[in-house]
Design a protein. Sequence first.
Length: 398
Amino acid sequence: MLQISQRGIEMPASPIRKLVPFAEAAKKRGIHIYHLNIGQPDVETPKIAIDAVRNADIKVLEYSHSAGNESYRKKLAGYYRTKNINVDHNDIIITTGGSEAILFGFMSCLNPGDEVIIPEPFYANYNGFAVEAGVMVKPIFSSIKTGFALPPIEEFEKKITEKTKAIIICNPNNPTGYLYSREELEALRTIIKKHNLYLFADEAYREFCYTGTHTSAMELEGVEDHVILMDTVSKRYSACGARIGAFVTKNKQVLQTAMKFAQARLSPPSYGQMLGEAAIDVSQDYFDQTKKEYIARRDALVGRLNTMKGVFCPNPGGAFYAMASLPVDDADKFCQWMLESWEYEGATVMMAPGTGFYSTPGLGKNEVRFAYVLNTDSIHKAMDCLERALEHYPGRTE
């Protein structure tokens, strides 16, 4: 009998997407699904970006430079400079989504068997990329009780071994929505300099900060060669399907290495680059209005959750996610039960089980991630459905 690879066996299923077959079956039964499981906003992609693709006069859809179109990289560097990120276009490789940027970082900086420290819960696909690269994830627990603040630096020190090569942070955080402060970033600066580590900084949600201001890891002084920035247009412009991201670093050796991986995949998507380049001209009003809308959605979601008996949800400082603890025996079973066995007024709610955002077995068992990417009316209807489901769920724990 033919065998699949050990890598394939170890590759984790996405907690965000693994319940899709149950959602599809529910839809076939006529059930409306409130999709709070995935970071796919219903906010419109800027018209200026869509029109750039729609009106493109192209006779041949050619390869671009492996690093991406120079015109786009120059324009993107200008955008970064407005965010206190002092780079030029030669510090940037355009990638196929932020996902490829993360994978380029792992493959360029880490060897199989190397260890990377990540505060958990963390973006689920970090686990998958680590499996692809043969890298070992060493998690550090951050507690829902503290709103998922950065663990004490002493905890990082305990995890560092001769195999440790990097730390990853997502700021603002997916899945928790936590916004790391400048003080927390400075603490990380100290430790990566002391132990000669890379700092991978996933900053996909920098435009959406609600309780403070965003500090980029690229602003940290004295560790310029240590920092690798991973970015994407997916969330900034509500353009997830464009599949355009960026790998940014001042470390020329790392950049040259990443370019070899970029050349191996030939080039990033051409239409996506057109969209991304045009989107940079979007007015600040777009972000102001989008941010205002996300704050209203956050307040609706978190407010409703914290009125439910046995439910606790910290108030996120950024992005558009919230992690909540529920009075259930097993969040994976509960999320599946919601799709298979529950409806309220012809609808049910799809959530992402918390266990998939942890690396430590057993953690997140009663937690779920919500993406507040629907309008407030839909969020309130989803919360009506969830509140009644929790009252009837056979595995309720309190």
